[in-house]
Design a binder for this molecule. Sequence first.
Ligand code: PLP
Length: 361
Amino acid sequence: MKRVYSFNPGPATLPLEVLKEAQAEFLNFADSGMSIIEISHRSKPYEKVHNQTKADILELMGLGEDYEVLFIQGGASLQFSMIPMNFATEKNPGSYAISGTFSNNAYKEAKILGVGKIAASTESENFRRVPRQDELKIDSDSAYFHVCYNNTIYGTEYHYIPETGNVPLFADMSSDMLSRPIDFKKFSLIYAGVQKNLGPAGVVVVVAKKSLIEKSLETLPTMLRYDTFYKKNSLYNTPPAFSIYMVGKVAAWIKNNGGLEEMAKRNSAKAKILYDVIDESDEFYKGHAEKDSRSFMNVTFRLPSEELEKKFVAEALEKDLSGVKGHRSVGGMRASIYNAMPIEGVEALADFMKSFKKNNC
Ligand SMILES: *Cc1c(COP(=O)(O)O)cnc(C)c1O
């Protein structure tokens, strides 16, 4: 069996143990004689998976009874619309920090509805960093303040939790949820499209304060309201059972591997290996992110020319290092090194970067 190291941003690499486990029980899940994608979502074996996954996510995040985990389809992109629909009004608009493509997409949805405001933006600096606390202009009548905690495309990440006064803090954590311990209690709503760090595409995990969910706007259609998912335990309609099942396996894997503390240790060690190669390359490799905004999840860098960048991608692939090409809006390279990327994969990429530099400068 041949497996490559996949540095793809999403869908992204998953723990090999998790894939093997899913494979082993695929044809006969929990002695049902059926696979997880063939059994009823109202059956006992499925319900157990569903509820355990919710409980494990809360446990890993250190959150209690006052928070609820919801499983919603439509990707993180639908959350961009659902959030302002449910919680913002013209009088109490949503406030947004623009730190890259996805936070801007989130803001655009609020703007369509006429309920969005910009609290800060680093666009004029080509999103090389996230906004600093002293740059955030959050009006006290804002319904919420929204950040994108890890900017998957630009390779920047918040290293502080924004102070928002009385305004509830919302975060898109699609590409860094469960990658390190954060004081999640400071957030009122967190969401993640799971295909980056938590599972296969098909579901978004939303973790929100129950008291907030209860404020969902009642005039919205059923499937666009958070309280529908809350009241029906995310089983109002057929849930994406396979995606949720895989998220459950990934959450259990994180628990069995030392929890978020251990993930943080591994992730910062992996990121350091790549940033050290960049910093010690005499500017052959140039990091996109400013140092104090550097992401632990997505390492973005450029080479001296586009020609060399093309060559880098091609030669990396020959070494079974896949998916290192950056997003077109930044150019250059991006190595996505989520929880499931083993340190051996990062070491292999670092060795390749060093030898590529030697052979091409
Ligand atoms: C990928 C990504 C999205 C978009 O997710 P979809 O599930 O494809 O809609 C949003 N935010 C962040 C931070 C992402 O990385």
